[in-house]
Design a protein around this ligand. Structure first.
Ligand code: FES
Length: 118
């Protein structure tokens, strides 16, 4: 159990640990991203949380960055350096973004499955 001081946190990364993501390496992605945050000594600015399913299983492994509103798809452990490294620089790893928040909704990368209506 921990109660972290979030006063210097700029980004919150949700690491999907739902069933579909775990079948596609979610544990390895989780470990790789957390290791990269530690390697870059970015723990104060980037907080992470393991989550259950985020509802975009076709995109597994899913990683979400808030409050930035960036959703990543098909994340592999080897993407950790780009995702975390760019985030520390205030940028995003463009290659695997599936959705971006644009004020009144999420804009989907056209190559990503639309999904079913809620
Ligand atoms: S298990 Fe990750 S989005 Fe469903």
């Amino acid at each position: 159990m921990a109660t972290w001081d979030l006063s210097k946190t700029k980004h919150h990364i949700l690491l999907c640990n739902g069933g579909s993501c775990m079948q596609k390496g979610g544990e390895e992605v989780t470990v790789a991203i957390r290791q990269e945050i530690a390697r870059l000594q970015a723990d104060e600015q980037i907080h992470t949380t393991r989550t259950k399913c985020n509802g975009r299983c076709e995109d597994a492994c899913v990683v979400v960055v808030y409050p930035d509103g960036i959703w990543y798809q098909n994340v592999q452990p080897e993407d950790a350096g780009e995702i975390v490294g760019k985030l520390v620089q205030g940028q995003y790893y463009q290659d695997k973004i599936s959705h971006r928040y644009r004020g009144d909704g999420f804009v989907r990368n056209e190559k990503v499955a639309l999904g079913v209506k809620k």
